[in-house]
Design a protein around this ligand. Structure first.
Ligand code: ZN
Length: 349
């Protein structure tokens, strides 16, 4: 996710922290050590919440590669989408459930430690109050994340419940509308009471709901299409020892802009439109393909679904990928090929 930094790696999952988290230390700066303790505890609760999602997702064959921690929760980026509504339901509800169980487990020990009165009057002004605040934050995290609005878990829980009775796209659209409604209410309350953070959250929820709808629309529209359905019959490959001026000629004379680099029978590299443009602007056309080609990039197979390919492109931050069949280069698939299917098949507009 943009604007986030890697903090640590747990179970092969990168834990990133989003830059907006930096506002929290500022908010609690004047509470000193208690403020820092509280922030670290929130970190811990949000991280464990996200790891719970990851563990459940893994049971359904979905790999989580990174978790981004935001002040109002976290986001786990998954390798694929849940196959069934019931999977989405369990993955989504597990995070908030963790916070509720965690609070329940802490309840009696904390009662013994700081007493009932302190536990029910959370405040960062004293240590017992700070510990109580840590207890309540779990219930707040659970409650907030269960709001039936994307991108919160509750939005997904709602969609998965609706999707048992109707088409996934319809279910998403209803869940998105409810999310928009929540955003409008939050925005209104924020404006009325001058709560800047609430207005920010309202805006965030509104945008996320719209993004979810657009994403699901693309996914549902292209979901039955495979790479082989859209792959151009003709394509060119490059040898690694030719110069960029030669490549430029090919770009001008054809529609192809991304090229697999093949030496002998082997795929040795890949060079994209952006690579070509950047290098020509920086160094002119004198460099050779092998000087600028990528050596580390994913490849796809002709029978792979476009939805998976799109995901792979996103993760690799590439707009094109080489297609391999029986160990040989079979073509190049681009984001434009995928968009073409969408623009022809979409029911929207
Ligand atoms: Zn969650």
């Amino acid at each position: 996710m943009k604007g986030s930094f890697r903090l640590l790696k747990v179970f092969d999952i990168d834990i990133n922290i989003h830059i907006t988290f930096l506002i929290l230390p500022f908010l609690f700066l004047y509470h000193g050590l208690r403020g820092i303790f509280f922030i670290l505890f929130v970190f811990l609760c949000v991280t464990l919440h996200e790891l719970t999602h990851s563990v459940v997702a893994k049971r359904f064959g979905i790999v989580v590669k990174e978790i981004t921690l935001l002040p109002i929760g976290g986001l786990a980026s998954m390798s694929s989408f849940p196959k069934k509504p019931s999977h989405e339901f369990l993955i989504s509800i597990s995070g908030p459930l963790f916070n509720i169980v965690f609070a329940a487990v802490l309840y009696f020990p904390l009662l013994a430690l700081i007493g009932r009165e302190n536990l029910f009057s959370p405040s960062l002004a004293t240590w017992p109050g700070t510990i109580a605040q840590g207890f309540w934050i779990n219930l707040i995290l659970a409650g907030f994340n269960l709001l039936p609005a994307f991108p919160m878990d509750g939005g997904r829980v709602l969609r998965s419940l609706l999707a048992r009775k109707m088409d996934y796209r319809k279910a998403t659209s209803i869940a998105v509308n409810i999310g928009h409604l929540f955003a409008l209410v939050f925005g209104y309350l924020g404006l009325m009471h001058g709560h800047f953070i609430l207005i920010f959250i309202a805006f965030f929820i509104y945008m996320a709901a719209s993004a979810e709808e657009a994403q699901v629309d693309v996914r549902e529209t292209i979901k039955t299409f495979k790479v082989s359905d859209v792959l151009s019959k003709e394509f060119m490959t490059l040898r690694s020892d030719i110069s960029l001026s030669k490549v430029l000629e090919l770009v001008f004379h054809s529609h192809q802009e991304d090229f697999p680099v093949v030496d002998g029978d082997n795929l040795t590299g890949f060079i994209t439109r952006a690579d070509i443009i950047n290098n020509i602007h920086q160094h002119g056309t004198s460099k050779l393909v092998k000087d600028i080609m990528r050596r580390d990039f994913p490849t796809v197979k002709p029978d792979q679904l476009l939805t998976n390919v799109q995901k792979t492109m996103e993760e690799a931050e590439l707009k094109a990928l080489p297609v391999i069949k029986d160990g040989r280069v079979f073509g190049v698939i681009t984001l434009e090929d995928i968009s073409r299917v969408y623009s022809v098949m979409s029911r929207r507009r």
